[in-house]
Each structure stands twice: as structure tokens, then as C-alpha cells.
Design a protein around this ligand. Structure first.
Ligand code: NAD
Length: 243
């Protein structure tokens, strides 16, 4: 019996891509919901919910899946750190995979970034640059936000170390600053570079996505995995065994 998916945000770019790959991955879209639809009406017959909609929709959706004890995969980004903390506490009541990026390559980039930040240390200025298509509604991307979290953790810095863009008389760059730059334009699916620059050398780690099917396949893969897990919030590092 193929995995029965309730897909929320079904009319969007990611929703349509997931619907396109599900059939080749032993899964079917049991129900497709978008703005104005009521996912509650379709929850009973599905095995798992996949959400790629809008950050404002996540709370309501999580309340519904928790009430019905359904596993869930959250791909939506754009939540503030405070919002995310509250929502994760709610999501932990069911098996939940929550990832800002479902690609295998980006999850490797997360692991490499942690290693590079640890080895290179505070003498290497860290900056994160991302580029996405002109239609993207949030910035920086969820993937950039995760890369920044990793660098902050390794450097033992708080979120106020982040510097979103620069303009005017900025003064010299303090070593405790982590720069963040969001570029937007055209049809770019998603580029991320983590840069570590010291006096005399520079290390750049770059991932470029050229087809959003990589995220869609990752999300369906996570859906197959999450239905076998105990309640808790997992990420793609768990799904891929990268921890
Ligand atoms: P999109 O704007 O093309 O699609 C979003 C869809 O969600 C639209 O059809 C919209 O009508 C619908 N929607 C909005 N509010 C809703 C609500 N309250 N209930 C139900 N549906 C609602 O966007 P997209 O490019 O498909 O991306 C969707 C989300 O996924 C964004 O947050 C994006 O950043 C994120 N994303 C995550 C990954 C990842 O790997 N985690 C990859 C790509 C995109």
C-alpha cells in the first residue's frame, strides 16, 4: 500500500513538485490542500502530512496533526526564532521532520560548515551568502538561517552577532560579527555559500540547487521515515544518518 500523503500548500511550486515525484517513490497524494481548504477534513485517511505553505499556516496545521496524532514533515520556512521555538514544542508531540532544506547536498554542507567553523576558529571571518528566485517571500532563506545557527553554535555567539547586509560608514569588521547577505533574482532555485576569510587565505563552501525536485524527493523520503518514528522533532541529518 503506497504512503498516503496529505499535501498542504499543494498549489505552490514545491507542492506541485512533490505531487510530481510522489508516484515514483511509493507514495500517493491522498489529499491536496491550499489556502481556504480545511486539512482537518482529510486527516483521518492519510498516513502523514507534508507542509510546504506559508509560515503563518504552521501553527494551525500543527494543532490539527497533534489532535489527530499524525506524523508530519514541515518544509515551510520564514518563522522567527521565537515563533520557531514555540512551534517546535508543539511539533514534538508527534513524529515530525522539520528541515529548512531537504537536499542531501545541503545537509552535507551543514556538516562541512560545522567542521570548518570548528577547525578555522574566530580568526576566520564568516559570512553567509544566499541567492533565490525573485518570487521568494522570506529572507534570509531557511537554509541560510540553519548555516548561521551552526556557525553561531561553533563560535559560541548569540544571535545578535548576525549582521544583515552592510551600508554606510560601517567601521572595521569585528571578528565577532557573522555577515548575512540575501540576493534575489530570476529563477534561481537556491544557492548558498559559506565563506571563511583570514589574512592570506579564504575557504568557500558552496551548494547550488538547479532543480527543486531534490527538495521534493527529500521530503517524500522523510515522510516514509517519519511514519516509523516515535514523537519528537527530527531533521534531515537524522533521516540521512549524518549525525
Ligand atoms: P509558493 O508561494 O509557490 O507556494 C506556497 C503555497 O502555499 C501557495 O500555493 C499558497 O497558496 C499556499 N498557502 C499559503 N498559505 C496557506 C495556508 N494558510 N494554508 C494552506 N496553503 C497555504 O512557495 P514554494 O516555493 O512552494 O515554497 C513554500 C514554502 O516552502 C516556503 O516557505 C519556502 O521557503 C519553503 N521551501 C522549503 C524548502 C525546503 O527544502 N525545506 C525548499 C523550497 C521551499
Amino acid at each position: 500500500m503506497p504512503l498516503q500523503i496529505l499535501l498542504n500548500g499543494a498549489k505552490g511550486r514545491m507542492g506541485q513538485t512533490i505531487a510530481g515525484v510522489a508516484g515514483e517513490m511509493d507514495a500517493v497524494i491522498h489529499a491536496a490542500t491550499d489556502v481556504g481548504d480545511n486539512p482537518a477534513a482529510h486527516l483521518a485517511g492519510c498516513d502523514v502530512v507534508i507542509d510546504f505553505s506559508a509560515h503563518s499556516a504552521t501553527r494551525r496545521l500543527l494543532e490539527l496533526v497533534v489532535a489527530k496524532k499524525k506524523p508530519v514533515v514541515i518544509g515551510t520556512t520564514g518563522h522567527s526564532p521565537v515563533e520557531k521555538k514555540r512551534l517546535r514544542a508543539l511539533a514534538a508531540k508527534v513524529p515530525c521532520v522539520w528541515a529548512g532544506n531537504f537536499s542531501i547536498g545541503v545537509n552535507l554542507l551543514f556538516a562541512l560548515t560545522r567542521r570548518a567553523a570548528a577547525v578555522l576558529g574566530a580568526d576566520y571571518d564568516a559570512e553567509v551568502i544566499e541567492m533565490h528566485h525573485r518570487y521568494k517571500k522570506d529572507a534570509p532563506s531557511g537554509t541560510a538561517a540553519r548555516l548561521l545557527e551552526i556557525i553561531l553554535e561553533e563560535r559560541k555567539l548569540a544571535a545578535d552577532a548576525l549582521r544583515h547586509g552592510r551600508s554606510g560608514i560601517t567601521g572595521e569588521r569585528p571578528s565577532t560579527e557573522i555577515g548575512v547577505h540575501a540576493l534575489r533574482g530570476g529563477d534561481v532555485v537556491g544557492d548558498h555559500t559559506v565563506l571563511f576569510a583570514a589574512l592570506g587565505e579564504r575557504v568557500e563552501l558552496t551548494h547550488k540547487a538547479s532543480d527543486r525536485a531534490i527538495f521534493a524527493r527529500g521530503a517524500v523520503h522523510a515522510a516514509h521515515w517519519v511514519v516509523k518514528q516515535k514523537p519528537g522533532v527530527y531533521d534531515m541529518q537524522d533521516v540521512l544518518g549524518l549525525k
